[in-house]
Ligand binder design. Structure first.
Ligand code: GLU
Length: 442
């Protein structure tokens, strides 16, 4: 059975890049009727925070990306030590003692000589006594000994991948303080949890190569891997520094709607056009990972707002009733208020300004040449409450009194009443309008 996982490290808020990973794994599982696991990669105890774990769950719930199971790596440490022991017994593990500074120096020397900065396995040559002394002095950490062969897999997005293992450093799997690192923990989890498909960012390609050898050494089944391209800004610039500002939490606070965000992310970087979808189920239907390309994917958060506006236009009153009630719109005016505003907002937050305008009147905008005309018109406007017939009756009277017609008649009145040149149909808006501040301008 298809099993996928989204495996964030709870060391920060998840952002659009993480969402891409989460969504693809989610859609694969749902499409196959499989299992989607939320796996919290919290082996780094210093940097992992409960606050981030909570927020990751809130974000995914808000998006509607429901998981079937949650797992925490911090609760599975004994499994990782077991696996480490097995690798040690197989002779695939070896202890190293170089400090970060020493490793750095080695790398620099290799690069100066035009060689790839691959760990030279010097620790394998150390005599036992020296190891004992180093272990006592600074403690050792453990690397996995790669077989120097080509590692190949057929990637769901990149196609056939072939990596020469001798061009990759033996990965460190256990730190000097005993902490098991992600590379091993992830392999143990993927194997034991029966993960069949792994989608992650292309920054993990080298990891995948080493993990394939570790999985094989531990006797696990190698999942189907797919590596999606990384997101860049609209001009192709690196997005890494801005990802903090592109957290799901922040986008939500800016009023982006989940279906707008999901619809964009489910198609961005694929050969299919972005289409606004009404539900997660519809996304599942239209998803095909083979449509995604390897080239970096341009992401512009401004694209989320037109999609959000379009999504809002599809909503019925029931979907926004709470927001509208929270503004203090009386129940009997809610339906009209929504009908009038739904095509004139970008986010739900924009409803507030419309309601304030209805309740308190707008700061009138009156062009110099319309001053007398507007004053004349205001004198003809009855007192609120208005009804659906008010606009037609009033403008007919104003037309007769002033001789104006068409745009020259309607536009100055719209601007005087709403403070804006665009907006809802005036006949529909009038019954909601409780105050006309333009009267004071007479
Ligand atoms: N915790 C890892 C990350 O966030 C998971 C990578 C993976 O999917 O294996 O990069």
């Amino acid at each position: 059975m298809t099993t996928t996982r989204f495996a964030p490290s709870p060391t920060g808020y998840i952002h659009v890049g993480n969402l891409r990973t989460a969504l693809m794994n989610f859609l694969i599982a749902r499409k196959q009727g499989g299992t989607f696991i939320l796996r919290i990669d919290d082996t780094d105890q210093e940097r992992s925070k409960q606050e981030f774990i909570d927020q990751i769950q809130r974000d995914l719930e808000w998006l509607g990306l429901t998981w079937d199971r949650i797992e925490y790596q911090s609760r599975r440490l004994d499994r990782y030590s077991d696996a480490a022991d097995r690798l040690r017994d197989m002779g695939r593990f070896y202890e190293c003692f170089e400090t970060p500074a020493e490793l750095d120096l080695k790398r620099k020397k290799q690069l100066n000589m035009g060689r790839p900065p691959v760990y030279d396995r010097a620790a394998l040559e150390l005599p036992e006594e020296e190891k004992t002394a180093l272990r006592a002095a600074r403690g050792g950490y453990w690397r996995f000994k790669l077989d120097h062969e080509r590692i190949e897999w057929s990637d769901g997005i990149l196609g056939p991948v072939s990596i020469d293992a001798s061009s990759v450093s033996d990965p460190v799997l256990i730190r000097a303080d005993g902490q098991v690192l992600y590379t091993l923990a992830s392999v143990v989890d993927d194997t034991e949890m029966g993960v069949t498909d792994v989608v992650r960012g292309s920054d993990h390609v080298t990891n995948t190569a080493t993990q394939i050898q570790i999985i094989r050494a531990l006797g696990g089944a190698v999942p189907q891997f797919a590596h999606h391209s990384l997101l860049t800004g609209p001009q192709g610039e690196a997005l890494s520094k801005r990802l903090g500002a592109l957290s799901i939490k922040d986008l939500r606070a800016q009023g982006v709607e989940p279906m707008a965000l999901l619809s964009l992310m489910a198609r961005l970087g694929s050969s299919d056009p972005v289409e606004l979808r009404g539900s997660v189920d519809e996304l599942v239907e239209g998803f095909d990972i083979t449509r995604f390309g390897a080239a970096p994917t341009k992401f512009d958060e401004r694209d989320l707002f037109p999609l959000t506006a379009r999504h809002l236009q599809t909503l019925g009153l029931a979907d926004v009733a709470e927001d509208i009630a929270a503004l203090g719109v009386p129940d009997d005016q809610a339906a009209r208020f929504w009908a009038v505003t739904r095509e004139n907002i970008t986010t739900r937050a924009d409803l507030r300004a419309w309601w304030e305008m209805c309740r308190d009147g707008a700061e009138p905008v009156i062009d110099e040449e319309d001053r007398d005309f507007v004053a004349q018109a205001m004198a003809l406007l009855p007192e609120p409450p208005f009804d659906e017939g008010t606009w037609a009756a009033w403008t007919a009277q104003v037309k007769e009194a002033t001789g104006r017609k068409g745009r020259g008649l309607f536009m100055p009145l719209r601007k005087a009443l709403t403070g804006q040149a665009h907006g809802p149909e005036m006949a529909q808006l009038m019954p909601l309008l409780q105050k006309v501040r333009a009267r004071g301008s007479q």
